[in-house]
Design a protein around this ligand. Sequence first.
Ligand code: PLP
Length: 387
Amino acid sequence: MKYNKNFDRLENEYIFTKIRSSASEYSNSSYPLIDLGVGDVKLPLFKKTVDAMKDACQEMACEKSFRGYPPAVGYGFLRDKIAINYQNLGTDVSADEVFITDGAKGQLGNVLELFDSNINVLFESPCYPAGAESNLLRGNNVDFCVGNEQNGFIPYPPTDISYDLIYLCSPCNPTGAVMSKKDLKIWVNYALSIGAIIVFDSAYSEFVSGDFPRSIYQIEGAKNCAIEINSFSKSLGFTGIRCGYTVIPRQLEIPQKLYKQWLGRRFNGVSYVSQRGAETFFDTEIRKAVEKRIKFYKTNVEILKIALKNLNLWYNNTVCSPYVFAKTPIGETSQEFCQKLLLSLGIVATPGSGFLRGGEGYFRLSAFCSREDALNASDRLKHLSID
Ligand code: PLP
């Protein structure tokens, strides 16, 4: 059998699988585990969302209202609401440009099926690894445009190299960096000038506050060069339910046509129950509850930042993210430092090396946790010895 040799281009194990398994081996009763690692949401679904899903199940229990395979592009009721949400941001995204998916992660790789293999792909980095790893698996040439403390983890495009695809994420996981309209415009102009397509990961768009863009389509010209991928995972707490969406504008005529073909041939849609649940995101009461929940997670971020400040550890001081991206003490690799946090304090953190180029020397704490965990973690951090 000839296996996919491109697996050799990846680390042996996916970063978050590795973190989960080292956390599961941990046992120290004086310090029960505090999981600030993977970045999975912790608070439960909203009652109204659960009720909508119960009702959807109930419809399925009745012959007259039973539904089988969902449309591969998604149900109209959800596509319409997502489009209105985009229009409220001042963009002209319409429902037929929105495609419902089972979340963002898969789509970061699935969109590659629209393009030739062996293409040149640029990643803003450090980055969430799923997109880059999908490109490596497909045999594409992967380059990184590296952010650092000097550029606030918002790197600018190269001046002399061309790419076919460019992956951007704002607010960025792991760095928390959020691009301004001016920053994004530079990338859009670059993509337009070289004929590249941007894959814009907006999974954390609901964490955006102030004047920062929530969608790349708020930037002039973006509909001619960008695909946007979003999800209900971090807003509605749908990491376990699974529902998201991909936007491919009509201006990208061929990619949109191919994506519809891909959906029809390779995907059997997202369950009616999940889509009815996702629809509740657009309910005014739920929107307010989501906002409140995001504020809650952001308060956890501030609690963790204070603890790091007291340790004199540098962190990226942004306000649009559920993560704290901080510097490891001098002389310790990110793996070594995270291992120390786990073994001496029972705190699970993610080593920056897992976020690819530019991540070494940093670690990420997820504030998707209970208040109690944030406070306990900050208390335990006081006992950390830094040489
Ligand atoms: N994109 C980014 C930047 C993420 O951080 C994550 C999950 O942590 C995802 C995508 C995946 O989201 P989903 O749950 O929709 O697959």
